[in-house]
Design a protein around this ligand. Structure first.
Ligand SMILES: C[S@@+](CC[C@H](N)C(=O)[O-])C[C@H]1O[C@@H](n2cnc3c(N)ncnc32)[C@H](O)[C@@H]1O
Length: 373
């Protein structure tokens, strides 16, 4: 029997299956060009090993995966998935362009495959992914099945892992450390108790290298104090220069936000900062005043997808017009107001901190709805 807390954590971990199924759906419909060739190996890993995770059986894991991957996703979900991925990619590419020798830390990296695309392209980047122990085991088992990913991450160990039951899964070490990639099993909520223990897990981390910390729908599952702990940890730990980039839903305190929160609550998901920092202004104030970041920039996904109301002709569009045209013709959506409303409830927040006057100059290539210096 799982305790109430274990049940909640199981639901939080399962949000990774949702994210993976959305990416896989958009990928199958050719939203991503070139296609994401790594999602299938992650799906196969879940198919084999989810049954050994806490709170699952062979039957229930099969049911969960059939529900997630069997149902066709709504066109507006596919489109949102594309624009979210794209917006994060362009900011990360800009960061690497200005700081080729740098580190990227993906908090709650789950089954995200961005690390492999980036490491394949950029030789000087060191990539860290952190997630709950069970989630990193699923990912490690996927990596071990793929010669292509092993080569990209410079995984040289001759390791053959044979997991045939829950006990073997429990005993497995999910961590990976190579010359350029680190997969770390850690519950980020524990940072409040013992940051020193966490530092030791960050093998090869150079506090003097420019670092970008990404939270793609992750910090929203932690409470406000845990959010602050995590963000302040990176701000204090990276001595030279750190950027944080957060993508997550926000309530905007409106009827649509209330329905979103209710739908999630029905599934046992409680977004702990959804109402606390409910719009771009509140998030900006939080990052600047509470966490002490500089150069805070915020926008919402409707702006990125071209549904925005404010136009600034001096700025580049996030996604070029031809690409938006291609995306909008993959699946037609009549309800423009509905998609605009949905995308307005997802924000992108960029902020940075430097004691040496470093900054990401290119962050102002794009139009942001809120900014604080
Ligand atoms: C919605 S998924 C997003 C996964 C990935 N960032 C993406 O966008 O594809 C949320 C992820 O955050 C992880 N997560 C949530 N709370 C966490 C915590 N306290 N410590 C580590 N990982 C956490 C979950 O396990 C899950 O993999």
């Amino acid at each position: 029997m799982l305790s109430p807390q274990e049940k909640k954590d199981k639901v939080i971990r399962s949000t990774d299956i949702d994210a993976l199924s959305c990416r896989s759906s958009a990928n199958r419909l050719s939203y991503f060009v070139p296609p994401d060739s790594y999602t299938d190996v992650l799906i196969q890993s879940y198919q084999k090993y989810l049954q050994y995770c806490q709170g699952y059986t062979g039957l229930s894991s099969g049911r969960t995966l059939r529900q997630s991957f069997g149902d066709k996703k709504f066109p507006l979900i596919n489109r949102g998935t594309y624009f979210r991925t794209r917006a994060i990619d362009v900011v990360i590419e800009q960061f690497i362009k200005e700081f080729p020798q740098s580190q990227i830390v993906s908090l709650g990296g789950g089954s995200d495959t961005r690390a492999y695309r980036i490491l394949n392209k950029h030789q000087l980047v060191n990539y860290y992914e952190i997630d709950f122990p069970e989630s990193v085991k699923i990912k490690k088992l996927a990596i071990l099945q793929s010669d292509e990913i092993k080569k990209i991450i410079d995984f040289k160990e001759k390791l053959s892992v044979n997991i045939n039951n829950r006990e073997e899964f429990d005993l497995m070490d999910g961590n990976i450390h190579t010359s350029k990639y680190h997969l770390i099993a850690y519950d980020l909520r524990d940072l409040k108790d013992d940051p020193t223990q966490f530092n030791q897990k960050l093998e090869g981390f150079d506090v003097n290298l420019p670092t970008l910390v990404l939270s793609e729908c992750v910090l929203c599952y932690m409470n406000p104090a845990e959010n602050t702990n995590v963000l302040k940890f990176w701000k204090d730990f990276c001595k030279e220069y750190v950027s944080v980039f957060i993508y997550e839903p926000m309530s905007l305190h409106d009827a649509f936000g209330t329905t979103m929160a209710k739908n999630l609550a029905d599934r046992g998901i409680n977004l702990l900062t959804f109402n606390e920092y409910s719009d771009l202004q509140e998030k900006s104030k939080y990052l600047h005043e509470t966490c002490g970041f500089q150069r805070v920039r915020l926008t919402d996904l409707s702006e990125i997808a071209g549904y925005g109301i404010k136009k600034n002709n001096h700025k580049e569009s996030w996604v070029d017009v031809q690409e938006i045209y291609r995306i909008n013709h993959i699946e037609l959506i009549d309800e423009v107001e509905e998609i605009r409303l949905l995308l307005q409830h997802y924000c992108l927040c960029y902020a940075e901190y430097s004691e040496s006057n470093k900054k990401l100059v290119g962050i102002d290539r794009w139009n942001w709805l809120e900014s604080v210096e």
